[in-house]
Write a protein that binds this ligand. Sequence first.
Ligand SMILES: [Zn+2]
Ligand SMILES: [Zn+2]
Length: 200
Amino acid sequence: MLDEELLRFGQRFHGHKCPAMPMGLRAALAAMEKLGVSRAPDGQLVALIEIDEDHCATCFADGVQVATGCTLGKGNIRKLHFGKWGLTLVDRRNGKAVRVVPRTEVMRRNKQSKFMELRASGVPASQVPDAVVDPLVEMVVNMPETDLLVVGEVYDHAWKDAPHTFETVACEACGEMVVTRNARLLDGRVVCIPCSGYGR
Ligand SMILES: [Zn+2]
Ligand SMILES: [Zn+2]
C-alpha cells in the first residue's frame, strides 16, 4: 500500500512535508485498488479532483498525480472546482469509476492542528517544524483505510474522449508555436491568443 518509497517520491515531487499530499496518495491508492488498476503509464486512467484554486490542502492533488500517474502533462487530471477533496478515478478502458473522499473527521483534525494554525498565519509548509508536521503525516500514512477515507462503489461513468489534436501553427505575430484550434484570426493573420488581444 503506501510504502516509504512512494511517500518519499511524493514528498520530493511535491517539495515539502504536509498531511494533504499523503492524503492524496492514500485516496488514489484506495481508488486504484477498488478499480483493480495500476498506475497509468499513458492516459488509461483519468482523475477528476474536486479542489478549486487558492484554498487549503490543494496539495492533495500532487499525491493523486504521483500515485495514479494522472498528471497535468498527460492531461488526464481535471479539476472540478467544487472546493472539496473528492477524487473520482475513471478507467477509460471500461468506463468504470469510483469516488473516494477523505473522512470529514480526519479533515477536521488536520484543520485543528498546529500545522494548519501556522499555515493559516502565513508560515510556508516547508518552514513548519518536523515535530509539528511529522505526526500528521504519520497519521495519514498509517491510519486504517476505513477510518481515513470513504470509498464509494464502482459505477459506470459516461466518458467521452475529446479528440487529441496534433495540429500546430506558428503565430504570425510573435512567431511562437500554437495549437491550431487555439489560434485566432486577426486582420487576416493567424495569431496566438495573447497576440490577438481577445480574452480567449
Ligand atoms: Zn503540501
Ligand atoms: Zn503570438
